[in-house]
Write a protein that binds this ligand. Structure first.
Ligand SMILES: [Zn+2]
Ligand SMILES: [Zn+2]
Length: 346
Protein backbone atom coordinates (compact mmCIF):
# COMPACT_ATOMS: atom_id res chain seq x y z
CA UNK A 1 0.00 0.00 0.00
CA UNK A 2 0.97 3.65 -0.23
CA UNK A 3 1.63 5.57 2.98
CA UNK A 4 2.69 9.13 3.79
CA UNK A 5 5.83 8.97 5.90
CA UNK A 6 7.99 11.41 7.80
CA UNK A 7 11.56 11.48 6.46
CA UNK A 8 13.34 14.45 8.03
CA UNK A 9 12.31 17.91 9.22
CA UNK A 10 10.65 19.57 6.22
CA UNK A 11 10.30 16.33 4.26
CA UNK A 12 7.45 13.85 3.95
CA UNK A 13 7.29 11.17 1.27
CA UNK A 14 4.75 8.72 -0.13
CA UNK A 15 6.25 5.27 0.11
CA UNK A 16 5.25 1.67 -0.45
CA UNK A 17 4.59 -0.39 2.67
CA UNK A 18 3.07 -3.82 3.34
CA UNK A 19 -0.67 -3.86 4.03
CA UNK A 20 -1.35 -4.04 7.78
CA UNK A 21 -3.08 -7.13 9.20
CA UNK A 22 -4.95 -7.42 12.50
CA UNK A 23 -2.24 -8.34 14.99
CA UNK A 24 -3.93 -8.49 18.40
CA UNK A 25 -7.40 -9.12 19.79
CA UNK A 26 -9.56 -6.03 19.31
CA UNK A 27 -7.72 -4.83 16.19
CA UNK A 28 -9.40 -3.79 12.94
CA UNK A 29 -7.95 -2.78 9.59
CA UNK A 30 -9.62 0.11 7.80
CA UNK A 31 -9.28 0.91 4.09
CA UNK A 32 -8.96 4.68 4.24
CA UNK A 33 -11.18 6.73 1.89
CA UNK A 34 -10.40 10.19 3.30
CA UNK A 35 -7.52 11.38 5.51
CA UNK A 36 -7.18 14.91 6.87
CA UNK A 37 -4.00 16.96 7.04
CA UNK A 38 -3.96 18.76 10.40
CA UNK A 39 -2.03 21.51 12.15
CA UNK A 40 -0.40 18.92 14.38
CA UNK A 41 0.91 17.19 11.23
CA UNK A 42 2.80 20.42 10.53
CA UNK A 43 4.46 20.16 13.97
CA UNK A 44 5.70 16.76 12.83
CA UNK A 45 6.74 18.09 9.41
CA UNK A 46 8.85 20.78 11.05
CA UNK A 47 10.41 18.38 13.54
CA UNK A 48 8.79 19.99 16.58
CA UNK A 49 7.16 16.67 17.44
CA UNK A 50 9.74 13.89 17.05
CA UNK A 51 8.76 11.03 14.75
CA UNK A 52 11.01 8.27 13.41
CA UNK A 53 12.14 8.33 9.77
CA UNK A 54 9.72 6.23 7.70
CA UNK A 55 6.91 6.42 10.26
CA UNK A 56 3.44 6.75 8.69
CA UNK A 57 1.77 9.98 9.79
CA UNK A 58 -1.85 11.22 9.84
CA UNK A 59 -4.56 10.79 12.47
CA UNK A 60 -7.87 11.96 10.93
CA UNK A 61 -9.63 9.36 8.82
CA UNK A 62 -12.79 7.88 7.42
CA UNK A 63 -12.88 4.53 5.65
CA UNK A 64 -14.28 1.03 5.41
CA UNK A 65 -13.52 -1.84 7.77
CA UNK A 66 -11.85 -4.65 5.81
CA UNK A 67 -10.79 -7.02 8.60
CA UNK A 68 -11.35 -7.47 12.32
CA UNK A 69 -9.62 -9.64 14.93
CA UNK A 70 -11.30 -11.58 17.73
CA UNK A 71 -13.12 -9.49 20.27
CA UNK A 72 -14.36 -6.75 17.93
CA UNK A 73 -18.14 -6.55 18.29
CA UNK A 74 -19.22 -3.01 17.40
CA UNK A 75 -17.91 -2.82 13.83
CA UNK A 76 -17.58 -5.43 11.08
CA UNK A 77 -16.09 -5.68 7.59
CA UNK A 78 -17.99 -3.48 5.17
CA UNK A 79 -18.91 -0.84 7.77
CA UNK A 80 -18.11 2.77 6.91
CA UNK A 81 -16.33 4.17 9.96
CA UNK A 82 -14.39 7.13 11.27
CA UNK A 83 -11.73 7.09 13.97
CA UNK A 84 -10.69 9.03 17.03
CA UNK A 85 -7.16 10.41 16.66
CA UNK A 86 -6.37 8.93 20.04
CA UNK A 87 -7.07 5.46 21.45
CA UNK A 88 -7.91 4.38 24.99
CA UNK A 89 -8.01 0.99 26.72
CA UNK A 90 -11.45 1.34 28.30
CA UNK A 91 -10.36 -0.39 31.51
CA UNK A 92 -7.79 1.68 33.41
CA UNK A 93 -8.35 4.03 36.38
CA UNK A 94 -9.00 6.99 34.05
CA UNK A 95 -11.12 5.17 31.46
CA UNK A 96 -13.31 3.80 34.27
CA UNK A 97 -14.07 7.44 35.16
CA UNK A 98 -14.75 8.45 31.56
CA UNK A 99 -11.47 10.40 31.46
CA UNK A 100 -10.43 8.63 28.26
CA UNK A 101 -8.02 11.43 27.33
CA UNK A 102 -5.81 10.37 30.21
CA UNK A 103 -5.86 6.62 29.56
CA UNK A 104 -2.61 5.08 30.82
CA UNK A 105 -2.37 3.16 27.52
CA UNK A 106 -3.08 6.17 25.28
CA UNK A 107 -1.81 5.94 21.70
CA UNK A 108 -2.06 8.66 19.05
CA UNK A 109 -2.12 7.73 15.37
CA UNK A 110 0.87 8.89 13.37
CA UNK A 111 2.83 10.59 16.16
CA UNK A 112 5.80 8.23 16.46
CA UNK A 113 7.17 6.07 19.26
CA UNK A 114 6.82 8.81 21.85
CA UNK A 115 3.02 8.83 21.42
CA UNK A 116 2.33 5.10 21.55
CA UNK A 117 4.10 3.86 18.41
CA UNK A 118 0.92 3.71 16.31
CA UNK A 119 1.32 4.04 12.53
CA UNK A 120 -0.79 6.79 10.99
CA UNK A 121 -3.84 7.00 8.77
CA UNK A 122 -2.53 8.89 5.73
CA UNK A 123 -2.27 5.57 3.93
CA UNK A 124 -4.36 3.18 1.89
CA UNK A 125 -4.96 1.16 5.05
CA UNK A 126 -4.59 1.74 8.77
CA UNK A 127 -4.36 -0.73 11.64
CA UNK A 128 -6.74 0.33 14.42
CA UNK A 129 -6.21 -1.04 17.94
CA UNK A 130 -9.14 -1.48 20.31
CA UNK A 131 -11.51 -0.87 17.40
CA UNK A 132 -14.64 -1.00 19.55
CA UNK A 133 -13.41 2.12 21.35
CA UNK A 134 -11.56 3.87 18.54
CA UNK A 135 -14.03 3.55 15.63
CA UNK A 136 -17.62 4.66 15.11
CA UNK A 137 -19.92 3.78 12.22
CA UNK A 138 -20.56 6.85 10.05
CA UNK A 139 -24.27 7.69 9.75
CA UNK A 140 -25.68 7.36 6.23
CA UNK A 141 -25.59 10.57 4.27
CA UNK A 142 -22.64 12.04 6.18
CA UNK A 143 -19.69 12.81 3.89
CA UNK A 144 -16.35 11.12 4.54
CA UNK A 145 -14.75 14.58 4.67
CA UNK A 146 -17.08 15.86 7.34
CA UNK A 147 -17.09 12.66 9.41
CA UNK A 148 -13.34 12.93 9.99
CA UNK A 149 -13.90 16.13 11.97
CA UNK A 150 -15.74 14.12 14.66
CA UNK A 151 -12.61 12.41 15.96
CA UNK A 152 -10.46 15.53 16.22
CA UNK A 153 -11.11 19.12 15.12
CA UNK A 154 -14.85 19.56 15.70
CA UNK A 155 -14.59 17.35 18.74
CA UNK A 156 -12.06 19.79 20.21
CA UNK A 157 -14.30 22.78 19.41
CA UNK A 158 -17.23 21.10 21.14
CA UNK A 159 -15.00 20.12 24.08
CA UNK A 160 -13.98 23.76 24.57
CA UNK A 161 -17.58 24.95 24.57
CA UNK A 162 -18.73 22.21 26.93
CA UNK A 163 -15.81 22.53 29.33
CA UNK A 164 -16.43 26.29 29.56
CA UNK A 165 -20.14 25.57 30.05
CA UNK A 166 -21.39 27.91 27.34
CA UNK A 167 -25.09 28.45 28.04
CA UNK A 168 -27.95 29.99 26.04
CA UNK A 169 -27.62 33.78 25.92
CA UNK A 170 -23.91 33.81 26.76
CA UNK A 171 -21.33 36.02 25.14
CA UNK A 172 -18.17 34.22 24.00
CA UNK A 173 -14.82 35.53 22.73
CA UNK A 174 -12.83 33.02 20.69
CA UNK A 175 -9.18 33.75 19.93
CA UNK A 176 -7.71 32.08 16.86
CA UNK A 177 -9.77 31.24 13.78
CA UNK A 178 -7.81 28.19 12.75
CA UNK A 179 -9.88 25.05 12.12
CA UNK A 180 -10.46 24.41 15.83
CA UNK A 181 -11.42 28.02 16.58
CA UNK A 182 -13.86 28.06 13.65
CA UNK A 183 -15.40 24.80 14.88
CA UNK A 184 -15.66 26.35 18.36
CA UNK A 185 -17.61 29.25 16.81
CA UNK A 186 -20.15 26.77 15.42
CA UNK A 187 -20.28 24.83 18.67
CA UNK A 188 -20.77 28.00 20.73
CA UNK A 189 -23.60 29.18 18.50
CA UNK A 190 -25.14 25.72 18.64
CA UNK A 191 -24.96 25.83 22.46
CA UNK A 192 -27.04 29.00 22.33
CA UNK A 193 -24.40 31.71 22.68
CA UNK A 194 -26.02 34.98 21.64
CA UNK A 195 -22.84 36.90 20.90
CA UNK A 196 -19.70 35.21 19.61
CA UNK A 197 -16.72 37.46 18.93
CA UNK A 198 -14.14 35.84 16.67
CA UNK A 199 -10.61 37.28 16.94
CA UNK A 200 -7.93 36.69 14.31
CA UNK A 201 -5.65 38.63 11.95
CA UNK A 202 -6.49 36.74 8.73
CA UNK A 203 -9.35 38.27 6.71
CA UNK A 204 -10.53 35.02 5.07
CA UNK A 205 -10.78 33.31 8.41
CA UNK A 206 -12.69 36.20 9.95
CA UNK A 207 -15.06 36.12 7.00
CA UNK A 208 -15.71 32.42 7.50
CA UNK A 209 -16.32 33.04 11.21
CA UNK A 210 -18.87 35.66 10.21
CA UNK A 211 -20.71 33.14 8.00
CA UNK A 212 -20.79 30.81 11.04
CA UNK A 213 -22.59 33.49 13.05
CA UNK A 214 -19.73 35.29 14.78
CA UNK A 215 -18.85 38.98 14.94
CA UNK A 216 -15.40 39.22 13.35
CA UNK A 217 -12.78 41.24 15.25
CA UNK A 218 -9.46 41.96 13.59
CA UNK A 219 -6.63 41.41 16.06
CA UNK A 220 -4.47 44.34 14.92
CA UNK A 221 -6.68 46.60 12.80
CA UNK A 222 -9.29 46.77 15.55
CA UNK A 223 -8.95 46.90 19.33
CA UNK A 224 -10.26 43.53 20.56
CA UNK A 225 -10.71 44.77 24.14
CA UNK A 226 -12.73 47.76 22.99
CA UNK A 227 -14.83 45.62 20.64
CA UNK A 228 -15.57 43.08 23.36
CA UNK A 229 -16.54 45.84 25.79
CA UNK A 230 -18.79 47.40 23.19
CA UNK A 231 -20.75 44.15 22.80
CA UNK A 232 -20.90 43.23 26.50
CA UNK A 233 -21.94 46.45 28.26
CA UNK A 234 -18.31 46.96 29.21
CA UNK A 235 -18.03 43.72 31.20
CA UNK A 236 -16.15 41.34 28.93
CA UNK A 237 -17.51 38.05 27.65
CA UNK A 238 -19.01 35.35 29.86
CA UNK A 239 -16.65 32.86 28.23
CA UNK A 240 -13.22 33.11 26.62
CA UNK A 241 -11.80 30.38 24.39
CA UNK A 242 -8.09 30.51 23.56
CA UNK A 243 -7.42 28.44 20.44
CA UNK A 244 -3.96 29.71 19.52
CA UNK A 245 -1.44 28.41 22.04
CA UNK A 246 0.76 31.50 22.48
CA UNK A 247 1.41 33.54 25.64
CA UNK A 248 0.01 36.67 23.96
CA UNK A 249 -3.25 34.95 23.01
CA UNK A 250 -3.65 33.53 26.49
CA UNK A 251 -3.06 36.94 28.06
CA UNK A 252 -5.59 38.58 25.75
CA UNK A 253 -8.14 35.83 26.44
CA UNK A 254 -7.80 36.47 30.19
CA UNK A 255 -8.38 40.19 29.58
CA UNK A 256 -11.41 39.69 27.29
CA UNK A 257 -13.24 37.41 29.72
CA UNK A 258 -15.46 39.08 32.33
CA UNK A 259 -15.05 38.81 36.10
CA UNK A 260 -16.25 35.43 37.42
CA UNK A 261 -16.26 34.16 33.84
CA UNK A 262 -15.00 30.90 32.35
CA UNK A 263 -11.94 30.46 30.18
CA UNK A 264 -11.16 27.37 28.07
CA UNK A 265 -7.54 27.12 26.92
CA UNK A 266 -7.43 24.63 24.05
CA UNK A 267 -4.45 26.13 22.21
CA UNK A 268 -1.48 23.78 22.59
CA UNK A 269 1.17 25.33 24.84
CA UNK A 270 4.40 23.44 24.32
CA UNK A 271 6.55 25.67 26.52
CA UNK A 272 6.38 27.33 29.92
CA UNK A 273 4.50 30.61 29.69
CA UNK A 274 3.99 33.50 32.07
CA UNK A 275 0.40 33.95 33.19
CA UNK A 276 -0.84 37.04 35.02
CA UNK A 277 -2.04 35.10 38.03
CA UNK A 278 -2.99 38.25 39.88
CA UNK A 279 -5.39 39.17 37.13
CA UNK A 280 -6.86 35.66 37.02
CA UNK A 281 -7.25 35.82 40.81
CA UNK A 282 -8.81 39.25 40.78
CA UNK A 283 -11.27 38.23 38.10
CA UNK A 284 -12.07 34.86 39.74
CA UNK A 285 -11.83 33.12 36.41
CA UNK A 286 -12.53 29.42 36.12
CA UNK A 287 -9.99 27.96 33.70
CA UNK A 288 -10.29 24.64 31.91
CA UNK A 289 -7.61 23.29 29.62
CA UNK A 290 -6.06 20.24 28.01
CA UNK A 291 -6.60 17.75 25.24
CA UNK A 292 -10.17 17.08 24.18
CA UNK A 293 -11.74 14.03 25.78
CA UNK A 294 -12.48 12.81 22.27
CA UNK A 295 -14.07 9.48 23.12
CA UNK A 296 -16.46 11.06 25.63
CA UNK A 297 -17.94 13.36 22.96
CA UNK A 298 -17.45 11.22 19.85
CA UNK A 299 -21.03 9.92 19.47
CA UNK A 300 -22.61 13.31 20.20
CA UNK A 301 -20.41 15.14 17.74
CA UNK A 302 -21.05 12.57 15.00
CA UNK A 303 -24.80 12.88 15.58
CA UNK A 304 -24.64 16.70 15.40
CA UNK A 305 -22.66 16.47 12.15
CA UNK A 306 -25.11 13.94 10.69
CA UNK A 307 -28.02 16.21 11.59
CA UNK A 308 -26.29 19.15 9.93
CA UNK A 309 -26.40 21.12 13.19
CA UNK A 310 -22.63 21.45 13.01
CA UNK A 311 -21.16 21.71 9.53
CA UNK A 312 -17.41 22.12 9.07
CA UNK A 313 -17.59 21.33 5.33
CA UNK A 314 -16.60 24.91 4.33
CA UNK A 315 -13.21 24.27 5.99
CA UNK A 316 -12.40 21.55 3.46
CA UNK A 317 -10.96 23.79 0.78
CA UNK A 318 -8.84 21.29 -1.06
CA UNK A 319 -8.68 17.59 -1.97
CA UNK A 320 -5.58 15.89 -3.28
CA UNK A 321 -4.77 12.26 -4.04
CA UNK A 322 -2.68 10.60 -1.34
CA UNK A 323 0.10 10.23 -3.91
CA UNK A 324 0.40 14.04 -3.90
CA UNK A 325 0.86 14.30 -0.13
CA UNK A 326 4.09 16.29 -0.53
CA UNK A 327 2.19 19.00 -2.37
CA UNK A 328 -0.62 18.84 0.20
CA UNK A 329 1.82 19.41 3.07
CA UNK A 330 3.52 22.26 1.22
CA UNK A 331 0.17 23.92 0.52
CA UNK A 332 -1.03 23.42 4.09
CA UNK A 333 2.23 24.83 5.39
CA UNK A 334 1.60 27.91 3.22
CA UNK A 335 -1.86 28.16 4.86
CA UNK A 336 -3.60 27.81 1.52
CA UNK A 337 -6.49 25.85 3.03
CA UNK A 338 -8.09 25.38 6.44
CA UNK A 339 -8.33 21.64 5.86
CA UNK A 340 -6.87 19.51 3.09
CA UNK A 341 -8.26 16.02 2.62
CA UNK A 342 -6.10 13.32 1.04
CA UNK A 343 -7.85 10.66 -1.01
CA UNK A 344 -6.07 7.30 -1.17
CA UNK A 345 -6.15 5.28 -4.36
CA UNK A 346 -6.07 8.42 -6.49
ZN1 LIG B 1 -5.89 16.64 13.65
ZN1 LIG C 1 -7.52 3.41 29.73
Amino acid sequence: MQAVTFQAPGEVRVQEKPDPEPAAAGDAVVRVTAAGVCGSDLHILHGRHPVEEGFTIGHEFTGEVVAVADGVTRVKPGDRVTGSFVTACGNCFFCARGEFHHCVDQRIFGHGKISGDLQGAQADRVLVPNADMTLRPVPDGLDDDVALFAGDVMNTGVFAVRSAQVAPGDSVAILGMGPVGLCAVQAARHAGARTVLAVDAVEDRLEMARTFGAIPVHLTEQDPRAEVKRHTEGRGTDVGIEAVGTPAALDLAIRLTRRAGRLAVIGVHGKPCEVHMGLLWNKSLTVTTGLSNVLAHFDDVLALLAAGELDPSPLVQRHLPLSQAQEAYAAYDRREALKIVLTPGG
